[in-house]
Design a protein around this ligand. Structure first.
Ligand SMILES: *[C@@H]1O[C@H](CO)[C@@H](O)[C@H](O)[C@H]1NC(C)=O
Ligand SMILES: *[C@@H]1O[C@H](CO)[C@@H](O)[C@H](O)[C@H]1NC(C)=O
Length: 358
């Protein structure tokens, strides 16, 4: 029941996104239903109905932002980390099975439209030497993984080489291969992705691209100002607000978005590609080192440590940005990312006025 509502939600989110700029196609009642349904699914997951386990703490560190009711927090405090992690993996696994098992969901990449298939194949990196496939998601440590692939292939000496990352050179993508080569690798290689809280990922993309990258300011920023600012004045696209960015996302078609804000679902197609492992940004180093062991990487290859200048998006930053954006905007945007929230078991953000007052 929960899963079919999720599918409907995804379908309506897609329909909604075809609308002309600014027109509301999805009626607010339906939108409300979508949000309730997805949180219902999450609640069900949390109560262990889907997972058949006792109330699993989803993300022990996120506190008030989760949908967890009062009282169930006790389990989180005493449960050792590893159990939490196994439970989370199990929840994701079961949710993906339940949602992807629905009618009309793609079973393989050949069920996808040509455009959808092109997107996912372009995002899957291949290591023939270590027999794995990695679907990269921008803003989820993908540069580090690309470095690792280059080190494994011997074109880069070590992962810490200070060098501007070339995101294409010396890398092999599934899209470079013939159908039978693709099929073989999908069937026989170890496949993994890394996921992140959808809203944190969006905020990270916003802060990085519009705060620091001239190309993005000119290509997207200028356009966003033109479309959504009442008195645009003279803007070089470097001053767009998070609300303007959210407003823009609302009008974009998920299948045509820039990869930095395209939903993970559309980038990596977790129904069409049965990933063997889903790592989390929230426990990046442990999950990454698990994968490195699993693919038998030589022991000198370790996941790069965070750079000292690195300024991550924290819960507090996200809280600040979301609470300072129009609540309706966030609510309207959630259905577009609902499969990322539900498949990867991330709680919807709490944007209630009580929470924002804290
Ligand atoms: C999910 O469970 C199936 C068996 O039920 C297993 O084969 C698969 O590896 C698991 N996948 C993940 C991502 O844990
Ligand atoms: C949101 O936060 C408020 C204040 O902390 C809390 O009362 C409320 O139950 C939370 N809502 C959800 C859905 O978690």
């Amino acid at each position: 029941m929960g899963s079919s509502s999720v599918r409907r939600a995804a379908v309506s989110a897609k329909t909604r996104s075809r609308g002309a700029h600014g027109t509301m196609i999805l009626p607010s009642m339906l939108m409300f239903g979508v949000i309730v349904a997805s949180s219902g699914l999450l609640l069900m997951i949390e109560k262990g109905i889907l997972a058949e386990v006792k109330a699993p703490p989803l993300h022990p560190s996120r506190g008030g932002l989760s949908w967890r009711g009062p009282g169930s927090g006790k389990a989180a405090a005493s449960a050792p980390e590893d159990t939490d992690h196994q439970v989370l993996q199990d929840i994701r696994n079961r949710t993906i099975h339940a949602v992807c098992g629905q009618k009309n969901m793609p079973r393989s990449i050949w069920d996808l439209s040509a455009g959808q298939r092109r997107t996912v194949l372009k995002h899957i990196l291949v290591s023939d030497k270590h027999r794995f496939l990695y679907c990269y998601v921008p803003k989820v440590a993908c540069s580090n993984w690309k470095r690792i692939l280059k080190v494994l292939d011997g074109v880069l000496e070590n992962v810490n080489v200070k060098l501007k990352m070339d995101h294409k050179r010396d890398l092999v993508f599934l899209s470079d291969m013939k159908p039978e080569e693709i099929r073989y690798r999908l069937n026989h290689y170890f496949k993994f992705i890394f996921v992140r809280d959808p809203m944190e990922r969006l905020l990270s993309a916003y802060r990085n691209k519009f705060g620091e990258i001239k190309e993005y300011q000119l290509k997207y920023g200028v356009e966003i100002v033109k479309r959504y600012r009442k008195n645009p004045g003279k803007s070089s696209g470097d001053d767009i607000t998070f609300s303007e960015f959210l407003r823009y996302l609302l009008d974009e078609d998920v299948e045509r978005m820039n990869e930095h804000w395209m939903p993970i679902y559309n980038l990596c197609q977790p129904c069409a590609v049965r990933y063997d492992f889903i790592g989390s940004y929230e426990r990046l180093n442990e999950d990454a080192n698990y994968v490195l062991e699993r693919v038998q990487a030589p022991s000198f290859v370790r996941f790069p440590e965070r750079q000292s200048w690195y300024n991550p998006v924290t819960r507090e930053t996200l809280h600040y940005y979301l609470c300072n954006s129009p609540k309706g905007l966030t609510k309207e945007l959630l259905p577009k990312y609902i499969l990322d929230f539900s498949l990867f078991a991330y709680p919807l953000p709490n944007i209630s006025s009580e929470f924002c007052r804290q």
